[in-house]
Design a protein around this ligand. Structure first.
Ligand SMILES: [Zn+2]
Ligand SMILES: [Zn+2]
Length: 268
């Protein structure tokens, strides 16, 4: 691993309401684990039940720490935004207001139903096929409406919260829907991420599945970032080696990072 450029471009800190991790400790942990580059991506979700990361406070702290540790690691200024097409105006205003290096757009809610808080409301009365089809359809709308994100986060994340006996989401069962999403991402110059949080949430692999990553590559997608989605210091760079293995398995020989929302490809 020593010659590979190690990145963890999905990290939360105590500026997110669901993490108590101090930013500086996350940086020190990343350095200790051999990361060359990380991105802080604290949450913005326009669902009122979430607190809102205060960027006026958050941004200067990131810049100060990035400068302090610049000889050891590259630290970039990011955000993870919960995408919903009905909030597109607010989302687009936020992305224009701050000079983000990197924006992860994620589906945390579908048709205003939060997949965590409202899981019973969202899934009940729907077959798995109906619920997962709705998830992909709404994602397609989000991609059209929210134009400034860089990568779509944890693409098949709905399977974390399904309330079925078997929540597995297989590419072949939703191939048309997933292809429509992947093609829209590629046409709009957007990437996907390999998110290793699945190892901490019971699926024992990454989001998305290798089949979806392979399909993104097959359709011409070149922009893939890697992130742990750490909310705790111990989880920085968690299973990052597995994500790199998967990247290579899918045929990639570069990793993507972002500067001022522009992809930068680093050969591995
Ligand atoms: Zn997320
Ligand atoms: Zn996250």
């Amino acid at each position: 691993m020593s010659t590979v450029y190690i990145t963890d471009c999905h990290i939360h800190t105590n500026y997110s309401s669901d993490s108590d991790a101090p930013m500086e400790e996350m940086i020190l942990s990343a350095i200790q684990k051999g990361c060359d580059e990380i991105a802080f991506t604290d949450h913005v979700d326009f669902d009122e039940r979430y607190d809102f990361t205060d960027y006026a406070v958050y941004m200067p702290v990131i810049y100060e720490l990035a400068e302090k540790y610049k000889n050891d690691i590259t630290v970039t200024f990011g955000v993870e935004i919960g995408l919903e097409s009905l909030w597109a105006d607010k989302i687009n205003a936020l992305t224009q207001k701050f000079p983000f290096d990197f924006i992860i757009g994620s589906s945390h809610a579908v048709c205003t139903k939060d997949l965590y808080f409202d899981r019973n409301e969202f899934f009940s009365g729907k077959t798995k096929t109906e619920a997962y089809n709705t998830y992909w359809d709404e994602m397609l709308k989000n991609i059209g409406a929210c134009r400034d994100f860089c990568v779509y986060g944890h693409l098949d994340f709905v399977s974390r919260y399904g309330t079925y006996d078997d929540n597995t989401l297989r590419y072949e069962d939703y191939a048309d829907k997933i292809d429509a999403v992947l093609k829209a991402l590629i046409e709009n110059g957007k990437g996907i991420e390999i998110n290793t949080s699945g190892f901490r949430y019971g699926i024992n692999t990454v989001y998305p599945s290798i089949d979806i990553l392979n399909r993104y590559k097959q359709l011409g997608g070149e922009i893939v970032t890697i992130g742990s989605d750490a909310h705790f210091v111990k989880d920085v760079a968690d299973h990052i080696g597995c994500a790199y293995d998967m990247l290579f398995e899918a045929g990639y020989s570069h990793i993507t990072v972002f500067r001022h929302r522009k992809p930068k490809f680093i050969k591995l």
